[in-house]
Design a protein around this ligand. Structure first.
Ligand code: PGA
Length: 248
């Protein structure tokens, strides 16, 4: 069974106030069929832990260092994240690949550090608009997936979550066609495991989440903008709860 997972990626947005509002909105109900995780900026993680530690809501970071410890000013290690009892860490988001020069090699090392510290990596992959136009989606996505998957043991791979995020769909309001996304997810599944949870990301919202989750290979979503509005995020969870877990 692959339990549906909805992950809020706040990016460099939000505040302690928003965290409290999200806490209030999420804890007003109980959820059983859907896994939920909040990934706020690092600085809010201690407060996230305080608020959510005894709840069903998981949480995590948006990045982690590829190094264990040492003279790496400004970086945060996987061990530090596990001290805050983080469950997840987003790794290789396209914004980090683009603005911070993260390569597949660095991303694979980050996944390894995360797994060693007991965190679940959410590996992000996806093609940009030009690559899509050139028909390179499959090759790009598979090479990004393989560069991590090939470096893991089967036991480690069982823990990995993958998010397919076409770059042209991120923050543009122009989500992928769910059928097209499902085809890419199917390829990713062939390159990973039957049990691997593969999330869709890129302008997912309350209007389109149902259609994405109805696809056989889409097991959840990585949500940016829509997850900054507690009422919209809760709405998306409610829709997902109604569809629930996939049995394969
Ligand atoms: P978006 O962002 O939902 O705002 O498009 C998704 C992401 O980048 O993870």
């Amino acid at each position: 069974m692959r339990k549906t997972l909805l992950v809020a990626n706040w990016k460099m947005n939000g505040s302690l106030d928003l965290l409290s509002q999200m806490h209030e909105a999420l804890l007003a109900k109980s959820y059983s069929g859907v896994g939920i995780a909040i990934c706020p900026p690092f600085i809010f993680l201690p407060q996230t832990q305080n608020l959510f530690k005894d709840s069903q809501i998981a949480y995590g970071a948006q990045d982690v260092s590829d190094q264990d410890n040492g003279a790496y000013t400004g970086q945060i290690s996987a061990k530090m994240l596990s001290q805050l009892a983080c469950d997840y860490v987003i790794i290789g988001h396209s914004e980090r690949r683009q603005y911070c020069g993260e390569t597949d090699k660095i991303i694979a090392a980050k996944c390894q550090r995360a797994l060693d510290a007991g965190l679940v990596p959410i590996l992000c992959v996806g093609e940009n608009a030009t690559q899509k136009q050139n028909g390179e989606t499959e090759a790009i996505v598979l090479s990004q997936v393989r560069s991590v998957v090939d470096s893991l043991t089967t036991e480690q791979l069982e823990k990995l979550v993958i998010a397919y995020e076409p770059i042209w769909a991120i923050g543009t309001g122009l989500a992928a066609n769910p059928l097209d996304a499902n085809k890419v997810h199917e390829l990713i599944r062939k390159a990973s495991l039957q049990t691997t949870r593969i999330l869709y990301g890129g302008s997912a919202n309350a209007e389109n989440i149902r259609e994405f989750l109805m696809q056989p290979n889409i097991d959840g979503a990585l949500i940016g903008g829509a997850a900054l509005k507690p009422e919209v995020f809760v709405q998306m969870i409610n829709i997902s709860e109604a569809l629930c877990t996939k049995v394969y």
